[in-house]
Design a protein around this ligand. Structure first.
Ligand SMILES: *[C@@H]1O[C@H](CO)[C@@H](O)[C@H](O)[C@H]1NC(C)=O
Ligand SMILES: *[C@@H]1O[C@H](CO)[C@@H](O)[C@H](O)[C@H]1NC(C)=O
Ligand SMILES: *[C@@H]1O[C@H](CO)[C@@H](O)[C@H](O)[C@H]1NC(C)=O
Ligand SMILES: *[C@@H]1O[C@H](CO)[C@@H](O)[C@H](O)[C@H]1NC(C)=O
Ligand SMILES: *[C@@H]1O[C@H](CO)[C@@H](O)[C@H](O)[C@H]1NC(C)=O
Ligand SMILES: *[C@@H]1O[C@H](CO)[C@@H](O)[C@H](O)[C@H]1NC(C)=O
Ligand SMILES: *[C@@H]1O[C@H](CO)[C@@H](O)[C@H](O)[C@H]1NC(C)=O
Ligand SMILES: CC(=O)N[C@H]1CO[C@H](CO)[C@@H](O)[C@@H]1O
Length: 359
């Protein structure tokens, strides 16, 4: 029961770790550096430490196998160190490229914001112009109606005075086009009123003013719409830029993570490579090479350091690959014991002639 509780409790953490270690941001690091390094550690643990601890004096293949494992570890380390350096260089380059792009886009953002502000003013001004044009157009209609009313009044007065033809006058509204009060018949007995309002200068002026006000309103409306279209387009451009900046920023964070991790791993890898160098030549005895590789302070501590950096950054799940000082001591003791029984352990490396399978 208790065990199941613990498993359930740990599950979300395990999933989170998996996501962190395999997110796209670090997959290059994973494929090129972390996985190979993990492989080196597991070789070290299973094919050197565990093999030695489980071996006895009748394990006659052991020296050959150890010789091959040492070779594989050395060449893998070399490749991983190189891949890690190349990854660092590439990430550093990308970081500086992306930083430059972001700076450029931030400039573009600033410019677009200024333009957007200007367009906002233009749009607001155009809207105000439309409002004023609407008022002016209403006013012109009012004046025009007033003129018509005035003519009507004159017509009525004339009719009353003429005392007849009540139905001879037609009164049309403005909306009816040019149907304005005019006298239809010439056989009036009294004073004749022959003017046609359409020829009246005041009427003409008012009609003209009304049409002009209306035209102006349409023009202002059109302009306002145009300005609004420009404004919306600039708005969407600005949104585009900020989306791009966000994407670039994600890339930046990813590449910076890779850069930092590659740099800190390089410290350990370089140290191990430098310390292994004197033990690489084929004139060295297998036993000496193994004793040196199993030395905690020279080599193993650096393996643990890199491993713990990856665990802390959650780029690796704990796979129990840490190597303790005590374990190294015991392994060395076992190896010395075995080397007395297996003389091949004291061979120089060039004396191992069987090809290693990993190569
Ligand atoms: C983790 O990965 C799973 C699928 O692999 C995905 O559904 C989930 O959204 C990821 N979670 C996070 C926090 O990225
Ligand atoms: C040595 O180890 C092998 C396998 O690990 C085992 O089969 C064998 O019995 C061991 N021999 C002695 C003498 O312990
Ligand atoms: C951004 O603008 C500043 C001044 O406005 C200029 O000095 C700088 O070079 C610009 N940066 C880019 C990447 O265009
Ligand atoms: C212009 O800016 C003002 C104040 O920020 C805002 O209220 C208005 O909606 C903006 N105009 C447009 C067309 O978005
Ligand atoms: C926004 O970006 C998309 C592609 O990223 C492009 O097709 C579109 O034209 C851009 N829009 C503006 C207004 O710049
Ligand atoms: C980029 O993202 C980080 C957090 O992920 C944030 O702190 C920073 O302000 C962002 N930078 C830009 C330019 O958006
Ligand atoms: C390992 O061996 C060294 C000397 O070879 C000794 O100083 C140290 O205490 C030992 N450590 C452990 C944990 O056995
Ligand atoms: C924890 C985990 O799932 N790690 C995997 C991430 O992806 C690499 C290859 O892309 C695998 O090798 C790891 O096992």
């Amino acid at each position: 029961m208790m065990f199941r509780y613990i498993v359930l409790f740990l599950l979300p953490i395990a999933i989170r770790c998996e996501n962190a270690s395999n997110s796209s941001s670090t997959s290059e690091l994973h494929i090129l550096v972390i996985s190979p390094f993990q492989h080196i550690l597991s070789l070290f643990k299973s094919d050197i430490v565990n093999k030695l601890m489980n071996a006895n004096h009748s394990s006659s293949n052991l020296p050959d196998e150890l010789h091959c494992t040492v070779q594989e570890i050395q060449s893998s380390l070399q490749q991983t160190t190189l891949a890690n350096q190349r990854l660092f260089d590439r990430a550093a380059l990308r970081v500086s490229d992306v930083l430059e792009s972001i700076s450029r886009m931030e400039n573009e953002t600033k410019e677009a914001e200024i333009l957007l502000n200007e367009l906002n003013t233009t749009v607001e001004t155009a809207k105000e112009d439309v409002r004023l044009a609407e008022i002016a157009a209403e006013k012109a209609v009012e004046l025009f109606s007033y003129a018509i009313d005035t003519y009507r009044a004159i017509m009525y007065r004339n009719r009353d005075r003429d005392n007849g033809y009540e139905r001879d006058y037609q009164f049309g509204g403005y909306s009816g086009g040019n149907r304005f009060p005019f006298r239809t018949s010439g056989h009036s007995r009294g004073t004749k009123c022959h003017f046609d309002v359409r020829h009246d200068s005041l009427y003409k002026a008012n009609a003209k003013a009304m049409h002009e006000a209306n035209d102006k309103l349409k023009k202002q409306q059109m302009q306002s719409e145009n300005e609004l279209v420009k404004y919306r387009s600039m708005e969407s451009q600005l949104r585009n830029i900020s989306e791009q900046v966000m994407k670039l920023n994600t890339t930046l964070q990813e590449q910076q993570t890779i850069k930092i991790m590659a740099e800190t791993l390089d410290e350990d890898f370089q140290m191990i490579a430098n310390r292994l160098k004197p033990f690489s030549p084929s004139s060295k005895r297998l036993l000496d090479v193994l004793m040196y590789i199993l030395d905690y302070q020279s080599i193993v501590e650096r393996f643990n350091s890199a491993y713990n950096k990856l665990l802390t950054a959650r780029m690796l799940d704990s796979a129990d690959l840490e190597l303790s000082r005590e374990m190294m001591n015991k392994t060395k003791q076992k190896m010395i014991y075995l080397s007395a029984k297996l003389p091949q352990m004291r061979y120089r490396r060039k004396q191992f002639h069987r090809p290693c399978t990993h190569q």
